[in-house]
Design a protein around this ligand. Structure first.
Ligand SMILES: Cc1cc2nc3c(=O)[nH]c(=O)nc-3n(C[C@H](O)[C@H](O)[C@H](O)COP(=O)(O)O)c2cc1C
Ligand code: SF4
Length: 454
């Protein structure tokens, strides 16, 4: 089914369906006028397990980066007992050059809130915490306004429609982060929510079993939850008509890339922004058709296709057919789709400088609990700085690759995925742009000024 109308962005059109300047906050009344909260009403009449089954049948995969199936996660909760159960919504949006969730948060917050409410009904949760990136001041104010509207209209609180059905008084609170990348990692987020330092936890136990305040907790990304009302209203088969299914003959155990996805494009392009596309769109089409191609006179060299921690794809790979789906990692030797927010890297940028900058980010953001991550990212940054300055040797390049591999997700090495993200980012940049690194270590004086665009 072709995507001739946006789904997730239907109330907040973006080009080619509208103009950025048309965007305005969709309040409760306008939301309801455009079928808002109809899916929640539908769910109120359903058994919780049937809601979970519908999301499972849709094969909705998490939009926060890892692509874990949402319905399956919801079914991991232990049986009910007398204690509270929580939902935490990941609105930390901390991956560099990722800015897709903020569009939903500030323009169509009730869509997110409806998804939250449906998840709470389905999983029989009492309280939801909306954990928002510290820098999102304006978004926070708008989302607080939407939460107040939802309480006024009995979506939450005493006497809510949901409460009348299941005897719970559901509550939704906003919690501000303080700007640390690691607090986007789900257990770092939970620690931070509990008022502690945002240090990721060793898993298991997974949050569904023992999460916030040591109670069962579901954690989902903003965009993941925003998809749920549409899946409820239109059904799993409708949703699976979008995106990319399994290859012919593949068993249902092979994960697919159904549905649409918010994709950001930034860098030197004519129309940077957030677009809704079907999963599987060729990367070159996303950049050419939606972002209207590179700025005049700009040649594209590479892309961060899903945030920096997924690694890079080169322009040659993109032209050979890179598609934006959950299989991108397996096919094009990177970590995965990540946030699907693309940064275009022009020819004028030195990949050595880029790698040094990326390593600096990871070194700065590592929480320091694991030796490979803490020491490795710092060492990587120091080596890349040396190479960039012209003091590196060919041996340094081998050492750099060996070091980044040791930071990968080997069992028992690291508590969370940050270290592996650093590994993939640096490894793909070095491997795919080896010539630039080789000439940097061979050339006295470091990175060539021509490569730097001077
Ligand atoms: C270092 C690190 C940072 C992360 N940052 C975010 C983030 O900012 N937002 C997000 O939704 N998920 C982030 N994640 C992924 C979360 O840990 C988790 O997988 C996600 O919130 C689950 O939601 P989903 O299943 O709906 O995608 C991050 C993971 C890692 C390892
Ligand atoms: S991998 Fe890095 S960021 Fe993650 S817990 Fe270990 S030290 Fe902290």
């Amino acid at each position: 089914m072709p995507l001739d109308q946006p789904i997730l962005l239907k109330r907040i059109p973006t080009p080619p369906w509208g103009d950025f300047h048309d965007r305005k906050y969709v309040g409760y009344d306008d939301y309801v006028k455009t079928d808002g909260y109809a899916a929640l009403e539908q769910c109120i009449a359903m058994e919780p397990k049937d809601i979970v089954e519908q999301v499972k049948a849709a094969e909705l995969r998490g939009r926060g980066g890892a692509g874990f199936p949402a319905g399956m996660k919801w079914s991991f909760l232990p049986p009910l007992d007398d204690g509270p159960r929580y939902l935490t919504i990941n609105a930390d949006e901390s991956e560099p050059a990722t800015f897709k969730d903020q569009v939903l948060i500030q323009y169509d917050p009730h869509l997110v809130i409806e998804g939250i409410a449906i998840c709470m009904l389905a999983c029989q949760l009492d309280t939801a915490y909306f954990y928002i990136r510290g820098e999102y001041h304006h978004h926070r104010d708008l989302f607080e306004r939407a939460i107040a509207e939802a309480y006024d209209n009995k979506i939450f609180g005493k006497g809510s429609r949901m409460g009348q059905v299941n005897g719970r008084d559901p509550n939704l609170y906003l919690h501000r982060g303080a700007g640390a990348y690691i607090c986007g990692e789900e257990t770092g987020l939970i620690e931070s929510l509990e008022g502690k330092r945002g240090w990721p936890r060793i898993k298991p136990p997974f949050p569904a079993v023992q999460g916030a305040f040591a109670r069962p907790t579901i954690i989902n990304n903003v965009e993941t939850l925003a998809n749920v009302p549409f899946i409820i209203t239109n059904g799993a088969d409708w949703w699976k008509g979008f995106g990319k299914g399994r290859p012919d003959g593949a068993p249902p155990t092979v994960p697919a890339s159904f549905g649409t996805k918010l994709m950001g494009v930034s860098g030197p392009v004519k129309r940077p922004g957030v677009y809704e596309c079907e999963l599987g769109i060729p990367l070159t089409d996303l950049v050419a058709d939606f972002a209207q191609g590179p700025l005049d006179g700009t040649e594209i060299k590479a892309y961060f296709h899903g945030g920096i921690s997924m690694g890079v794809v080169s322009q040659e790979e993109a032209e050979a057919g890179v598609e934006m789906d959950f299989d991108i990692g397996k096919k094009w030797n990177n970590l995965g789709l990540g946030t699907a927010c693309v940064t275009v890297i022009p020819e004028s940028v030195s990949m050595v400088s880029m790698a040094r900058n990326v390593a600096r980010f990871f070194s700065h953001e590592s929480c320091g609990q694991c030796t490979h991550c803490r020491e490795g990212s710092k060492w990587m940054y120091q080596m890349l700085s040396r190479i960039e300055a012209g003091d590196g040797t060919t041996k340094d390049l081998d050492l750099l690759l060996e070091l980044s591999t040791s930071m990968g997700s080997m069992p028992g090495h690291n508590i969370c995925g940050l270290s592996d993200g650093a590994n993939w980012a640096i490894r793909t940049i070095v491997n795919k742009f080896w010539d630039e690194f080789e000439s940097a270590v061979r050339k006295p004086g470091g990175v060539s000024l021509a490569v730097l665009g001077a």
